[in-house]
Design a protein around this ligand. Structure first.
Ligand code: 3HC
Length: 313
């Protein structure tokens, strides 16, 4: 039974924790950490893990409808990667003292979020291109920054995940490029896809810094290394030239180039964002019901894996 440290000891522990953060020394699971830091990580890492797994749904619907064996193999590989990313992140989240079962229960009870972008429908093959190019492209910008996060297991998971994300973004961009080289109908499909996925991809970075309740602690504890708006601008500045290169038009009438590599953009529809993150997006119910059903149907696999572990002991 661990005894609760005395106030003077807590002050000492807090000073040591802050010294490590300032010295860029990773905080490890067995280190003392303020409970608020732990709770912040429990929330963010588990929601990140949920996003990776739920993000498999919109793409999974298109495996059997991929237009060629090559595109089917690429999509299968990408979706398998996402499942692996979820596993790395659940493992990192479990080091904070909460079980995977508990994380999944909070998700099923609607107490945990996942990335808003996955609550939009993937309507055709061009959407699979737009998801890989824009959603994974946004995830790369966010996750490359998170490689430097102060919590050791999260940082190491990010390093692993980032190695695979650039393939995800490239395969999506190739789909869009091929469609823009295709028939008029294919070009219209690609433009329609970016029209529907551009703004939800910008929303992935979260509210503006001035409206982000979590960002100040996240930056203070070096959980986030760059703010929502800084990362969003990085993504826009990188992606607009890619769209222009293949003849796609960014669906933002207020987008304008303000310097060689920087763009100003139009207002994001935060009303829509808040609706989606509070469960009222186009596919929230479908995504959660699917996850609950798949989790129930997968019970026998977990049982078999658990008992095979027991037999080994
Ligand atoms: N979707 C859903 N919820 C979001 C959100 C989004 N795009 N952006 C913000 N929120 C939520 C936050 O979770 C927070 O709610 P909570 O307190 O109930 O958790 C609230 O809105 C306020 O937002 P903040 O900006 O203050 O919160 P954070 O500091 O946590 O920033 C974040 C939000 C930028 C998403 C940050 O949590 C983060 O960087 N998370 C890790 C990255 C991540 O989760 N990415 C999800 C995509 S994974 C993916 O795309 C897989 C790829 O391979 C396809």
């Amino acid at each position: 039974m661990t005894t609760k440290p005395e106030p003077v000891q807590i002050a000492q522990l807090l000073a040591e924790f802050e010294e490590k953060i300032n010295a860029e020394i990773k905080i490890e699971p067995s280190d003392w950490m303020p409970d608020a830091y732990r709770q912040h990580l429990i929330r963010q890492i588990s929601q990140h893990a949920h996003s990776e797994v739920i993000g498999m749904q919109p793409e999974g619907n298109w495996i059997s409808r991929a237009p060629s064996l090559r595109s089917k193999k690429i999509l299968l590989a990408k979706i398998q990667d996402e499942g692996g990313h979820g596993l790395y992140l659940y493992s990192a989240a479990e080091t904070l003292g909460v079980s995977r079962e508990q994380y999944i229960e909070w998700l099923h009870q609607g107490k945990a979020k996942y990335a808003s972008v996955f609550n939009y429908p993937a309507l055709n093959w061009a959407d699979i291109g737009a998801i890989g190019w824009l959603v994974d492209g946004a995830a790369i910008v966010n996750q490359v920054s998170l490689q430097r996060t102060s919590y050791g297991p999260y940082s190491r998971a990010m390093v692993r995940i980032c190695k695979e994300e650039s393939f995800h973004q490239r395969q999506g961009y190739e789909i869009m490029w091929r469609m823009m080289q295709g028939t008029k109908d294919q070009q219209m499909m690609a433009q329609d896809a970016i029209d529907r996925w551009w703004w939800p991809a910008l929303m992935m970075f979260g509210p503006h810094d001035s409206d982000s309740p979590r960002t100040s602690n996240a930056m203070r504890w070096k959980i986030k290394r760059e703010t929502n708006d800084v990362l969003r601008e990085k993504f826009i500045n990188k992606t607009v030239p890619q769209a222009e290169l293949i003849g796609l038009k960014i669906p933002d009438p207020n987008l304008k180039k303000i310097s060689d590599e920087h763009y100003a953009h139009g207002d994001i529809n935060w009303e829509e964002f808040n609706q989606v993150i509070n469960g009222n997006g186009p596919c929230n119910q479908e995504r959660l019901e699917h996850h609950i059903r798949a989790h129930r149907e997968g019970e026998w696999v977990r049982e078999a894996a658990f008992h095979s572990d027991l037999r080994k002991q």
